[in-house]
Design a protein around this ligand. Structure first.
Ligand code: PRP
Length: 210
């Protein structure tokens, strides 16, 4: 049996864009991909196995070598330093990280509370701003925190801006633009170099052509 390349894919909203990109790069992904709940999908014709993980967990699978490559948001890479190579900006799932809060927000307390899915990133950002804050880690629906008084501000992803708008929040500061990246396990990069180089080349052509 020839060698398989295991690809960790992010479930959820990035998934569709990542699948579309792979199809444009010539990978014949089955329709099973679009509506199945399977977490492992083999595509023998492409010599690939896809594993479907939570976006935040993709770098973990790649770092531990159970996936050779993965599609990971730059946000996940900034939040936790990982021993993986970031080889290509896929230029999909464009969004940015921002600080947001209620309109007219004025800092009052000594260490205002900041809610975020990205506690390390938020801590680092406010440290760089010379501001002392208390970071509260949440796992989702971050915009709820200032509405119910759990936090004064949030650090979160803004994509269309709808979630902020529909919840009466405003953006206070932009932190950094985010896109998805192709990441590679360092050992796989040596042992499966031909397969990985081919994948990078095919994806790079699509990315550059757009
Ligand atoms: C993300 C992010 C924001 C929202 C931004 O959450 O954390 O809440 O999307 O998108 P928008 O600007 O287009 O409204 P996601 O939907 O991934 O779910 P979560 O709240 O569970 O993190």
């Amino acid at each position: 049996m020839s060698e398989l390349l295991t690809v960790a894919m992010p479930k959820g909203r990035i998934f569709e864009e990542a699948v579309e990109l792979l199809r444009k790069a010539g990978y014949d992904l089955p329709s099973e991909f679009d509506d199945s709940r399977k977490l492992i999908v083999d595509v023998p014709s492409a010599g690939m196995r896809f594993i479907l993980a939570k976006p935040m967990d993709v770098p973990t699978y790649v770092e531990h070598g159970v996936a050779d490559v993965g599609v990971a948001g730059k946000d996940t890479m900034i939040e936790e330093e990982r021993d993986v190579y970031e080889v290509l900006d896929l230029q999909i799932s464009e969004c940015y990280l921002a600080v947001a809060g209620l309109p007219g927000y004025k800092e009052t307390g000594i260490a205002p509370k900041v809610a975020s899915k990205y506690p390390n990133l938020a801590t680092q950002y406010f440290k760089e701003q010379g501001e002392q804050v208390e970071v509260i880690k949440l796992n989702g629906s971050i915009e709820l925190a200032p509405l119910v008084g759990l936090a004064d501000r949030i650090v979160d992803i803004v994509s269309t801006g709808r979630t902020l708008k529909e919840n009466g929040l405003v953006e206070l500061e932009t932190i950094v633009p985010i896109t998805s990246r192709l990441i590679v396990n360092p050992v796989s990069y040596r042992t499966k170099d031909t397969l990985i180089d081919e994948m990078v080349e095919r994806l790079a052509k699509v990315v550059e052509g757009e």
